[in-house]
Design a protein around this ligand. Sequence first.
Ligand code: SF4
Length: 226
Amino acid sequence: MELSLIDWDGVLSSVVFLSGCPWRCPYCHNSDLWEVKRGIPEDKFFEYLKKRKNWIEGVVILGGEPLIGEDVIPFARKIKNWGLRVKIDTNGSKPEILKKLMAERLVDFVAMDVKTRLTGEKYDRAAGIKNVALEKVKKSMEILFAGGVSFELRTTMVPEIVDKEDLIYNLKFIPGKTSYVLQQFSPDNVPVPHFRSLSPYSEDYIKDICEELKDRGLAATVRGEQ
Ligand code: SF4
């Protein structure tokens, strides 16, 4: 685990990174967290949190993929028992864990990646592995759409991975008014050399997509680099 502070939609939060991810996205910025590894012991994290819990409101749980295992459930429960809110960022590959967290009201906000067009071929390329269980990603989306937790979907606009047509295609799976964030891609420090050499899309292109998604009913916004 690593610790830092950021704002979460105006919520003053601590951030914790859980290691381990089953995917190998070639443009990943956290490839040092792909393998499960020993980081800061959990009790040290809670010692840290104890000192700050009176002036923070929440904890953001990132990865890697934080839902990779069941351990996140007691971890989130402990944070909630301290009266703090929990935000989780996920790639959507673990709907069963997401469901359990929501059933126990252990998560207050979910940010879920939609990497590209929701087809097997495009998702395999985006995730850098063969046979991504796309039905699990779709299941996670359905769980979020069914209600019970605030959420946003988000796409990092990586050239050669996702484009405007892909996002228009996905609209058939996404209800109107869904919060949708488009993020600019940064090629710095990504693991695959080819992706380090890519030029990000222009701001105008991303804004144009955002306007198109808004016109088609989504609550779309643009955020800075990822
Ligand atoms: S899902 Fe996220 S953490 Fe995992 S490889 Fe992709 S970008 Fe990296």
